[in-house]
Ligand binder design. Structure first.
Ligand code: IPM
Ligand code: SF4
Length: 474
């Protein structure tokens, strides 16, 4: 029988199944961060249990840390969370990519870079954007703290089997249009709940043509469509990205693994529970105008009139969002001025994102009205960018160049917006207060954020000239 990639991976991880019950699943890789793990470790300690497979568990600090050097954690709660994860990992033998470690970074950035994320795996983390790892052809989803405790104790998890959905992308992305624009536009068109209860498999030319960084951007935001996870079939692009990384098999063993990974792809004729189609070929760079990732429009468009929505609920939601955002219906998006720019996060804080932003910034200056910062997604990305001279491009233009962390993606650390401040952000959520109480977030691609930093308002980056960056690739 033909099977989807999801089915193949799911079935190979079932430990036990009983009629009408969630399946008991084996977890290959358990990722842990400081915000959602303390109680789980405490639960283990109280029950006198050990971490079942410390060698399959990896921890990071990313959410609460300051991105200015020296990293002085002043907030008492943050400090307690950091000390807790340090102690918990030291006591249980779990590897921690802590502050100052070369492998430190946002969990969904540094872990794939290390080669820990591999095709065919079942990966969990107490974090919703775990869906990012599905870009490698793995099933990867977020879990709650009590589940974190369960996985720590048993390396297994009870899970109801999700449904499958094919998101078929037709055509290629036009020049100047990015993976971020694609996923924002899909969520804009189909809503923030179209994939609820489903695991998405993204397919089609545009997806096959993407780099791993771009695929991770797409899968990262699956959760904003309500999906349990997002996946992309592993192919040569995946294998070339992984080859030689620290935690993958080396030499001939890698080629053998790659052959096996290749067989994970969805078989011809396999059935999905649901399917949507999206045409990428006429896509335009996107900007969100509201307080959900689905409230977006092409940069050539206007802030919508709430009256234009079909249902009462949508009209009310748009009204409320527009009021919070402090913008008037009918305003061209290019006339919205900004105060802050944040380039970073597990959506768009990777080396290619920084290169893309730098190609817009090079030789230009950040607008006087804007405070802009670049926060690499991992320490290694920071170093790589510095080897390529990207840091100088940014700092000469007036950007701040920070250390890696979640930073202004969410206001859990010293980087946040003041009330009323408006930010062009490359992150994934624009909820009320997400970047600080009263802060206003517009989600965009790294290129669009960079151009907005220079102009002081949103602009259509397709009109801008890019410089050729000739960074080393080592
Ligand atoms: C803090 C954490 C639990 C949260 C998540 O689950 O996604 C955060 O990473 C986020 O992006 O909102
Ligand atoms: S960068 Fe943002 S979305 Fe990603 S894990 Fe951190 S807080 Fe969550």
């Amino acid at each position: 029988m033909s099977k989807t990639m999801f089915q193949k991976i799911w079935e190979s991880h079932v430990v036990n199944e009983e009629e009408g019950q969630p399946s008991l699943m084996y977890i290959d890789l358990h990722l842990v961060h400081e915000v959602t793990s303390a109680q789980a470790f405490e639960g283990l300690r109280l029950a006198g249990r050990k971490v079942r497979r410390p060698e399959r568990t990896f921890a990071t600090v990313d959410h609460i840390i300051p991105t200015r050097n020296p990293h002085i954690v002043e907030d008492a709660t943050a400090l307690a969370q950091m000390r807790a994860i340090e102690r918990n990992c030291a006591e249980t033998g779990v590897t921690l990519f802590g502050l100052g470690d070369p492998d430190q970074g946002v969990v969904h950035v540094t872990v794939p870079e290390l080669g820990l994320t591999k095709p065919g795996q079942l990966i969990v983390c107490g974090d919703s954007h775990t869906s990012t790892h599905g870009a490698f052809g793995s099933i990867a989803f977020g879990i709650g703290t009590s589940e974190v405790e369960h996985v720590l104790a048993t390396q297994c998890l009870r899970q109801a089997k999700p449904k499958t959905m094919e998101v078929a992308i037709k055509g290629q992305l036009p020049i100047g249009v990015t993976a971020k624009d694609l996923i924002l536009a899909i969520i804009g068109k189909y809503g923030t709940d179209f994939a609820t209860g489903h695991v998405i498999e993204y397919r089609g030319e545009a997806i096959v043509g993407m780099t791993m960084e771009q695929r991770m951007t797409v899968c990262n935001m699956s959760i904003e469509a309500g999906a349990r996870a997002g996946m992309i079939a592993p192919d040569d692009t995946t294998f070339e990205y992984l080859r030689g990384r620290q935690y993958v098999p080396q030499g001939a063993a890698f080629d053998q693994a790659a052959e096996q990974w290749r067989s994970l792809r969805t078989d011809e004729g396999a059935a999905f529970d649901a399917r949507i189609e999206f045409d990428a070929s006429s896509l335009v760079p996107q900007v969100t105008w509201g307080t959900s990732p689905g409230m977006g429009a092409p940069i050539t468009g206007l802030v919508p009139n709430p009256e234009s929505f079909e249902t009462d609920n949508k009209r009310k939601a748009a009204e409320k969002a527009i009021e919070y955002m402090g913008i008037a219906p009918g305003t061209p998006l290019t006339e919205i001025s900004i105060d802050r720019v944040f380039i970073g996060s597990c959506t768009n804080g990777r080396i290619e994102d920084l290169r893309a932003a730098a190609s817009i910034v090079k030789g230009r200056k950040v607008s006087d009205r804007v405070q802009a910062m670049v926060v690499p997604g991992s320490t290694k990305i920071k170093w790589q960018a510095e080897r390529e001279g990207l840091d100088l491009i940014f700092t000469e233009a007036g950007f701040e160049w920070r250390d890696s962390g979640c930073s202004m993606c969410l206001a859990m650390n010293p980087d946040f917006l003041d009330p009323g401040e408006r930010c062009a952000s490359t992150s994934n959520r624009n909820f009320e207060g997400r970047q600080g109480r009263g802060g206003r977030t517009h989600l965009v691609s790294p290129e669009m954020a960079a151009a907005a930093a220079i102009a002081g308002h949103f602009v259509d980056v397709r009109d801008w000239e890019r410089s050729e960056l000739t960074g080393a690739t080592a």
